[in-house]
Design a protein around this ligand. Structure first.
Ligand code: AVI
Length: 331
């Protein structure tokens, strides 16, 4: 099955966005198995809960990536300088950007930093991190990855761009959607442009399950909050206590799945989406897939999109990889 990509919808609320949410809820909850797109996990509370997840000892993606960025930033900079444009897709809170920027050689900086995010508040934080660089223009794109990158890459002739696509956000795309997304990036970029991709690696099941079903229940709250959002934005009256968070490692597909499991038979009425459905006891709503890669699979996915994997650094402690890629010339 194809799983809808995260972070491809604008984040602001508004009539159009609520009706997109309603249409997606109607469509995905009517599927078997029932689903909800993971991008809707990130309302204001969901985004705060995700920030809290990144601080948990069991969720090591963020810290592993930070360690790699701090350690290898000088090598990455020396491979890509001179750089016209640094573009971050899914800018987040700007901490990784700040770490990466501070590893650059003294006195050298990109002409422009372009930040792309669907969250206006994330853009503001990342812009503050980038504004520490003298004589660099900071441009914000409140947009999806694809349209933001297109705008950031620009029409006019320019020097090399480096795109940062970090945080294992690629993991929330199923394999065909990941191929399509990276193919889209390649279309917006020019030969010689670079991509730095952060991806979480396959690791023992026990570690993965603790990361996605933590003992403090923060990930459970992150998942259950989607029901609270259905209540608030679509007039539903769902009791979150009627559901249980479940994380499953699907080894065959190499993904951790998050589900909301109905504790009893219950009717869900979601007036804003124009649907009512009966869930059986134990029936699940699938809310997220987080694909885990083997290092050679990362090279495969970038190569298929037209990039060459020039270098890869791994954090063996947490099982995470940063891959530096360059867009090839078409034959
Ligand atoms: C944003 N994304 C890469 C996270 C992940 O690991 O798939 C979202 C997340 N879901 C549960 N914990 C974290």
């Amino acid at each position: 099955m194809t799983y809808p990509p995260p972070a491809t919808a604008p984040a602001d609320s508004g009539d159009e966005l609520v009706s997109q949410f309603a249409a997606d809820v109607r469509r995905h909850l009517s599927k078997q198995p029932r689903q909800l797109p993971s991008r809707y996990l990130y309302d204001a509370l969901g985004s705060s809960l995700f920030d809290a997840i990144c601080e948990l000892p069991w969720y090591r993606v963020t810290r592993a990536e930070m360690r790699l960025l701090v350690r290898f930033a000088p090598r990455i900079w020396s491979a890509v300088l001179p750089l016209d444009r640094l573009i971050e897709l899914g800018a987040g809170d700007g901490r990784k950007l700040a770490a990466f920027l501070s590893g650059r050689p003294t006195g050298l900086a990109p002409q422009r930093v372009d930040l792309v995010d669907i969250s206006a508040s994330a853009l503001e934080s990342a812009a503050r991190a980038a504004s520490a660089v003298d004589r660099t223009r900071v441009v914000q794109h409140h947009a999806t990855y694809e349209s933001g990158l297109q705008a950031a890459s620009g029409e006019a002739p320019r020097g090399r761009a480096l795109v940062l696509f970090l945080g294992s956000n690629i993991g929330n795309f199923d394999p065909s959607a990941a191929d399509a997304l990276l193919g889209d990036f390649a279309q917006s970029l020019r030969p010689g442009d670079a991509l730095l991709l952060g991806a979480d690696l396959v690791k023992p099941e026990g570690e993965l399950l603790l990361a996605y079903d933590d003992p403090l229940g923060v990930t459970a709250a992150f998942n259950l909050n989607l029901l609270v959002r259905l209540n608030r934005e679509l007039g539903a009256d769902i009791d979150p206590a009627g559901f249980e968070h479940r994380a499953v490692w699907n080894e065959r597909r190499s993904r951790v799945e998050m589900h909301l499991v109905s504790r009893r038979e219950q009717e869900l009425r979601i007036p804003g989406a124009g649907i009512a459905l009966t869930l059986k006891a134990g029936e699940t709503i699938w809310t997220e897939s987080s694909y885990k890669y083997r290092p050679e699979q990362i090279r495969g996915v970038v190569e298929r999109a037209g990039f060459t994997a020039a270098a890869q650094w791994q954090d063996a402690r947490a099982g995470f990889a940063l891959t530096l890629c360059e867009l090839r010339r078409p034959h």
